[in-house]
Design a protein. Structure first.
Length: 272
């Protein structure tokens, strides 16, 4: 049984991808990380030796710390964070236990270079509809919670990417974009290595809505309607993104927990 300052892999896996998920700090040493260069979703690598320098950036957050085996490094860092008044737990068994449980991971090699504030920066076309909300949702929930998104005129995406060291997505001729019948959301799942039945179910809905193939899944029509409605409710693309995050959170939870649930009225009990 885990202690009051530990969280199990199954407990943490249920929190990942949710808007109130804990911040995950990976303090594996370079040799351990090099042997398996993958990160837990939305986690950040830190040097345990400099915890005194970066601990304060987690004030007000719930933090889960992991090292290779969940012992001295994660225990020490979590204790230091608690000394700073931060709620901190360690991952029981560390990265090794997560790996053994086949937990969801992200390919570190595909995560863009972070800026001085520790955030990845992305740029795409203004006035998003489906993919340009879906991809930011995926990045913020599973890759980089601090990610910055720039919405600009379509003709300026590549130039802005160059001048502001941003990663262009969902435009023609760039790496993070449509390939064949697959949309940008599909490509991000593949390239980041986010292999999950739940995310694949969501991806089918996104693909159907984004590529006008509503016959793929029955949820696509309603999803597209909600997405287009949001695009008309907000003139500010960032405000639309904030609102769209809730839509994707809801569909993610449906894909994960509620696909078998039905609802009708009046209920069978009331009819009798």
């Amino acid at each position: 049984m885990s202690s009051s300052t530990q969280i199990t892999t199954s407990q943490l896996s249920r929190l990942i991808g949710l808007p109130d998920a804990p911040a995950i700090v990976d303090v594996r040493i370079p040799d351990d990380f090099g042997a398996s260069p993958y990160l837990l979703p939305a986690s950040v690598l830190h040097d345990y030796r400099t915890v005194g320098d970066w601990a304060s950036s987690y004030r007000g957050r719930h933090v889960v710390v992991l090292c290779q085996s969940g012992q001295k490094l994660s225990e020490g860092v979590a204790a230091w964070l608690r000394h700073e008044g931060i709620t901190a737990e360690t991952l029981e068994g560390g990265y090794g236990a997560w790996q053994q449980a086949r937990g969801l991971v992200v390919s570190h090699a595909k995560i863009p270079t972070r800026n001085g504030a520790g955030a990845t920066v992305w740029v795409t076309r203004a006035r998003p509809k489906v993919d340009r909300i879906a991809c930011p949702w995926l990045i913020r929930r599973f890759v980089d919670p601090k990610a910055v998104f720039l919405f600009v005129a379509p003709s300026e995406v590549v130039a802005v990417a160059d001048r502001f060291q941003a990663v262009p997505f969902d435009i023609d001729g760039v790496f993070w974009s449509h390939r064949g019948e697959r949309c940008s959301f599909d490509i991000m799942l593949e390239e980041f290595g986010l292999t999950s039945a739940v995310l694949e179910r969501l991806a089918t809905i996104v693909r159907a809505a984004d590529t006008a193939r509503l016959e793929l899944v029955p949820e696509a029509a309603g999803f597209l309607a909600a997405s287009l409605g949001l695009s008309r409710m907000f003139k500010d693309d960032l405000e639309q993104l904030d609102a769209g995050m809730l839509l994707y959170d809801a569909f993610y939870r449906w894909c994960r927990d509620a696909t078998d649930e039905t609802h009708n009225w009046p209920s069978p009990m009331s009819r009798t």
